[in-house]
Design a protein around this ligand. Structure first.
Ligand SMILES: Nc1ncnc2c1ncn2[C@@H]1O[C@H](COP(=O)(O)OP(=O)(O)OP(=O)(O)O)[C@@H](O)[C@H]1O
Ligand SMILES: Nc1nc2c(ncn2[C@@H]2O[C@H](COP(=O)(O)O)[C@@H](O)[C@H]2O)c(=O)[nH]1
Length: 206
C-alpha cells in the first residue's frame, strides 16, 4: 500500500521511553499525529479511554480482528494490541504523517503492508536502567516488571530488522535523533514521489 503521508513506527522494550519520546516529538512537530491503539489490557494509572488507548474486551478485540479492522495486531506481554485501519488510513491518504507506537511484531507486519514505513527501535542505555525506569514509573506490578524484563531480551534481538536504532540515554538527545530521522524521511519520500511542494514544505521553504 502506498499513501502520500509518511508512516513512522517506533518500537522498544516496555519502559525504554518510547511514549515519552513520541509525546515530546509531537509537541515539536505539529504535522505528526500518533495513532491510538486498541488493547484488551486494563487501564493503568491515570490512563483514559480514547487518550492512551481504546480499551476493549478480549471478545471485542477478537471480533475486530476477524472483521479485518486492524492493519496489524499482536499479543504482547499476555494482552492484545492492534492498530485500527479507521484510525490512520484517512490521515495517510490525506497526506498527514502518522506515528505508531507498537511492538516489534506489529512493526514487522506494518513493513509488509507499507514498504515506505520507517521502523525505529528505541534502546535503553542498559538493562539496569530499563528495570529502574519501569520501577520508577510506579504503575506496574513487580511481577509484570519481571515479565517485561524477560520479554525485553527477545525484543532487543529484533532491533536488527529496523531501519534505525536510537539509544534513549539522554532524553533530549534521543528526541533530537528522532526529529532528524523524521525530517530526513520527509525529504526522501517527497523526492521519491517527485513532489516538489512537499520537498519545499519539509525544508520549510516558501
Ligand atoms: N532518557 C530518559 N531518562 C530517564 N528516564 C526516562 C527517559 N526516558 C523516559 N524515561 C522515564 O522512563 C519511564 C518509562 O517511559 P515510557 O512510559 O515512556 O516507556 P515506554 O517505552 O513507552 O513503556 P511502555 O511500552 O510500557 O508503555 C517513564 O517514567 C519516563 O519518564
Ligand atoms: N503490535 C502492537 N503493539 C502495541 C500496540 N499498542 C501498543 N503496543 C505495544 O504493547 C507493549 C505494551 O504496552 P503497554 O502500554 O501495555 O505498556 C508496548 O511494547 C507497546 O508498544 C499496537 O497497536 N500494536
Amino acid at each position: 500500500m502506498e499513501y502520500p503521508g509518511n508512516l513512522f513506527v517506533v518500537a522498544a522494550p516496555s519502559g525504554a521511553g518510547k511514549s515519552s519520546l513520541v509525546k515530546a516529538l509531537l509537541e515539536l512537530d505539529a504535522r505528526l499525529a500518533v495513532s491510538i491503539s486498541h488493547t484488551s489490557r486494563a487501564p493503568r494509572g491515570q490512563e483514559q479511554h480514547g487518550r492512551e488507548y481504546w480499551f476493549i474486551t478480549p471478545e471485542e478485540f477478537r471480533a475486530m480482528a476477524e472483521r479485518g479492522d486492524f492493519f496489524e495486531w499482536a499479543e504482547v506481554h499476555g494482552n492484545l494490541y492492534g492498530t485500527s485501519r479507521a484510525g490512520i488510513e484517512s490521515r495517510l491518504q490525506g497526506g498527514e504523517d502518522v506515528v505508531l507506537e507498537i511492538d516489534f511484531q506489529g512493526a514487522l507486519q506494518i513493513k509488509q503492508l507499507f514498504a515506505h514505513a520507517v521502523l525505529i527501535f528505541i534502546l535503553p542505555p542498559s538493562w539496569d536502567e530499563l528495570r529502574l525506569r519501569l520501577a520508577r514509573r510506579g504503575d506496574t506490578e513487580p511481577e509484570v516488571i519481571a515479565k517485561r524484563m524477560n520479554n525485553a531480551r527477545l525484543e532487543v534481538a529484533q532491533a536488527q530488522h529496523f531501519d534505525y536504532i536510537v539509544v534513549n540515554a539522554v532524553f533530549d538527545t534521543a528526541v533530537f535523533d528522532l526529529k532528524t530521522i523524521v525530517h530526513a524521511q520527509r525529504l526522501k519520500y517527497a523526492a521519491q514521489r517527485r513532489n516538489r511542494s512537499a520537498v519545499f514544505q519539509a525544508l520549510d521553504l516558501p
